[in-house]
Ligand binder design. Structure first.
Ligand code: DGJ
Length: 766
């Protein structure tokens, strides 16, 4: 049993393999948080909660002279506004009489087999019977408002999910805030790690001490955003990849969000997460319920490397639903960086032919294929093919691509509309815009009101029709701006505070219809790259285009930051042209490939323009990736260098779940004259097992030597291709020497395989 209830002490204990979460019904009925951390067994930790009369921290009326019992200082499971807790509240309710308060008291509980689900929202699922659910009903003392706290316990994964349902059994109320979860920790030695960014530079890691007052990671953009990410870590001061207590929190939601930590007057830390309250106001009539989205929690005392592993596995096994969640992904070529809007069927076909020769399996036609879409100010909303570009429509092109034995995919941007479109001319009211105001434009486009069923139906029928007729195998679902002017024609004036969240609910409804109707399609999320990279989207789509920045050096940092909360299999990553279109930086083909291979791999350049030698190497890369793809996508991923601190080189590693094979990649970020020796310590291997370390021929770490080799007509220097035979312990604690890098952006790729037995005339033994 992962969930236990001690009737006598009124204590709930949630157990996972390595963690314990404990809470207790306090002596006046409030649900107090006792503990979340390393597994402590069933022993009750109620002695940890103490109170003294501090002054200016009142006590509930019933407490009488028991003045130490204060909601302002006691750790709680779900905090509410207006009843003497001055710290961050999860819930703020305005009642019919204008009062704003909710004092939530324990009413009942239920323990169930399996995992709860949330109406209309993405949430972790459980098919194998691993999970258990705890529902705790809290009732407001003075009204008929209830908060149902939901806990999903995944024992094997060290994951506890939380969500909350607000039920109103009385007269209508307004929800001013309805966050998903609160975690009250009786400590303040914590750092908060967040992932900030901007378009083409997403998820840069930033860490800072929690301090008295608040630190926030948030988005008020209507989407989870490039600027902050709804995945955060609280860790003990100084924690690293392999050391330190870490709490990870991931919000399964794609709209505006708030993640906030506050250190209070007695050095406790409260963390809350959920829908951003700014602009939010939700009417709950009698008998209605409001579902706050899920937060996935995981804890480990072994550093954030272990925390990432928990999240990666959990997403793959209990969040992503696509048939592609744990299978091979076709290697794709996307036309965008090669041609942008300037497409013609014969050009696309010749690009596909060229890609097919290289081993590419899926050809993707990106933006530019529908009526009027010659630039970004026209056409969005009109989902009919432009027959000037595609004489026989999408179906005609699809037949040709399929005829070549390739899969075929298209780009769509359903949520958007250009004013220069037939759809806008017919339905100008279908976009978000406030009466009497001209809406903010971004990329020449406005946002469709996704909360409207009419709009959803239009999109599903039109786009769905094409997907069906053209037998499309892959869809890139893009979204190229943030929400502004959030005013919905489908909401009455007084309920406009619901429009932002209703947009997200409408989006999820539409995504659900698409993934149900087209279960064979591989969907890839996108929002100007990684502007909506969150667990909500991953529920519908197994991969997300990680960034519009395809420069390999920048990608190292973007993929590094992303990997803290999201698996390698979720990151779309492509090899693009050199010099790079975003940065102008030149980069060896090998390095571009090695970086893109740390993700769902593909190409995004005009391969017709590549020379014979490059084509040969691309073929080799594709063959190589096909061989190791499953290991890379679904193995255990390790960050070997801290990209935010090590500006000289970056290295990462993936190990198969059976620990028999590993792939290590390293890239020189800053070559030095008279270079230093660099070494990486590997991770995740078996200490007592012999491994063979092989430098792959795909790599480019030859610098000066390579020029020499070319002069001499040799294609490799045998000395550098030596194999090493070493025990796992040696590779992990001693490390592996990287080759001497002589040039910026040289890179190396090693395959490490369990060796049957020691020996075999290897260089190390000679
Ligand atoms: C933004 C995406 O991130 C790009 O990859 C490309 O699809 C463009 N949109 C097309 O408009």
């Amino acid at each position: 049993m992962a969930i236990l209830f001690d009737e006598k002490k009124k204590v709930f204990t949630l157990q996972t393999k390595n963690t314990t979460w404990q809470m207790q019904v306090g002596r006046y009925g409030h649900l107090l948080h006792l503990y979340y951390g390393r597994r402590v067994g069933e022993g009750v930790l109620d002695y940890l909660v103490r109170g003294i009369n501090r002054g200016f921290s009142g006590a509930p009326y019933e407490a009488g002279e028991d003045r130490g019992y204060s909601l302002d200082t006691y750790p709680q499971e779900y905090s509410a506004y207006g009843v003497g807790d001055y710290r961050i509240s999860c819930l703020s309710v305005e009642h019919g009489d204008g009062s704003r308060a909710a004092e939530l008291l324990f009413d009942s509980y239920q323990i169930e087999k399996g995992k709860y689900s949330l109406a209309g929202l993405p949430a972790a699922w459980d098919e194998g019977g691993e999970a258990e659910t705890l529902r705790v009903v809290l009732k407001d003392k003075a009204s008929l408002v209830e908060a149902v706290l939901l806990y999903g316990v995944f024992e094997e994964h060290d994951v506890i999910t939380r969500a909350c349902i607000i039920r109103n059994k009385g007269e209508g109320i307004w929800l001013e805030r309805a966050l998903s979860a609160c975690l009250d920790l009786q400590r303040h030695d914590l750092e908060m790690i967040t992932f900030y960014g901007r378009h083409t530079m997403e998820r840069s890691l930033e860490r800072g001490m929690c301090r008295h007052g608040k630190i926030t990671a948030e988005s008020m953009r209507g989407t989870s955003s490039h600027q902050e990410n709804p995945f955060v870590i609280l860790c003990e001061k100084g924690a690293g990849e392999d050391w330190g207590e870490c709490y990870g929190m991931s919000l399964v939601y794609s709209g505006s969000f708030l993640a906030e930590a506050e250190v209070d007057q007695i050095n406790q830390t409260r963390f809350v997460m959920g829908i951003h309250p700014e602009g939010f106001r939700w009417r709950l009539e009698k008998g209605e319920r409001f579902f706050a989205p899920e937060v996935i929690f995981s804890f480990t005392s072994d550093g954030y490397g272990a925390l990432s592993k928990n999240f990666h596995r959990f997403y793959q096994e209990h969040l992503i639903r696509s048939k592609y969640r744990n299978t091979r992904r076709p290697i794709l070529l996307n036309h965008w960086e090669a041609m942008e809007f300037h497409i013609q069927e014969e050009e696309l076909v010749s690009l596909a032919v060229s890609a097919k020769e290289l081993g590419v399996e899926l050809f993707v036609m990106d933006d530019g294929w529908f009526k009027g879409r010659d630039h970004d100010r026209r056409g969005l909303g009109d989902w009919t093919p432009d027959t000037k570009k595609l004489p026989k429509g999408v179906t005609g092109l699809s037949e040709k691509i399929h005829g070549m034995g390739m899969l075929f995919g298209i780009w769509i941007e359903p949520e958007m509309i250009n004013e220069d479109s037939d759809l806008y001319r017919a339905h100008p009211d279908w976009c978000l815009k406030a009466p009497g105001r001209m809406p903010n434009r971004e990329r020449g486009q406005l946002v469709l009101d996704m909360s409207s069923r009419e709009v959803q139906d239009y999109l599903f029928e039109n786009i769905g029709g094409i997907l069906k007729e053209a037998a499309v195998d892959y869809v890139k679902w893009d979204m190229n701006r943030n929400l502004s002017d959030v005013w919905s024609f489908s909401c009455p004036a007084i309920r406009q505070g619901e429009a932002g969240h209703r947009y997200v609910l409408g989006l999820y409804e539409l995504m659900e219809r698409f993934v149900r109707a087209f279960p064979e399609i591989l969907f890839e999320g996108c929002s100007g790259g990684g502007g909506r990279f969150d667990a909500g989207i991953l529920y519908y789509m197994p991969q997300i285009w990680c960034s519009d920045n395809t420069d390999a050096v920048e990608r190292i940092s973007i993929q590094y930051g992303t990997s803290f909360g999201y698996p390698v299999s979720s990151m779309g990553a492509h090899v693009s042209v050199s010099p790079n279109l975003q940065t102008g930086r030149s980069m060896p083909l090998e390095t571009r490939a090695i970086v893109a291979m740390a993700g769902a791999f593909g190409y995004e350049l005009d391969v017709r323009k590549t020379g014979q030698e490059e084509r040969k190497r691309i073929k080799e890369q594709i063959q190589w990736y096909k061989q190791y793809q499953e290991l890379i996508l679904y193995g255990d991923y390790y960050r070997l260098t801290p990209v935010e601190a090590n500006r000289e080189f970056a290295a990462w590693q993936v190990v198969s779940r059976d620990k028999k094979t590993a792939v290590v990649s390293a890239v020189c970020l800053h070559a030095r004259s008279n270079p230093l020796f660099w070494r990486v310590r590997l991770k995740g291997l078996k200490e007592d097992t012999w491994y063979r370390v092989r430098q792959e021929r795909l790599t480019d770490c030859s610098g000066k030597d390579k020029e020499q080799e070319q002069k001499e007509g040799q294609d490799e220097n045998p000395a550098k291709r030596e194999e090493l035979l070493c025990l796992g312990s040696g590779l992990m604690y001693g490390g592996v020497n990287l080759p001497v890098f002589w040039r910026d952006y040289e890179s190396v790729l090693y395959v490490i395989e369990e060796a049957d037995k020691r020996g075999g005339g290897l260089p190390g033994e000679r």
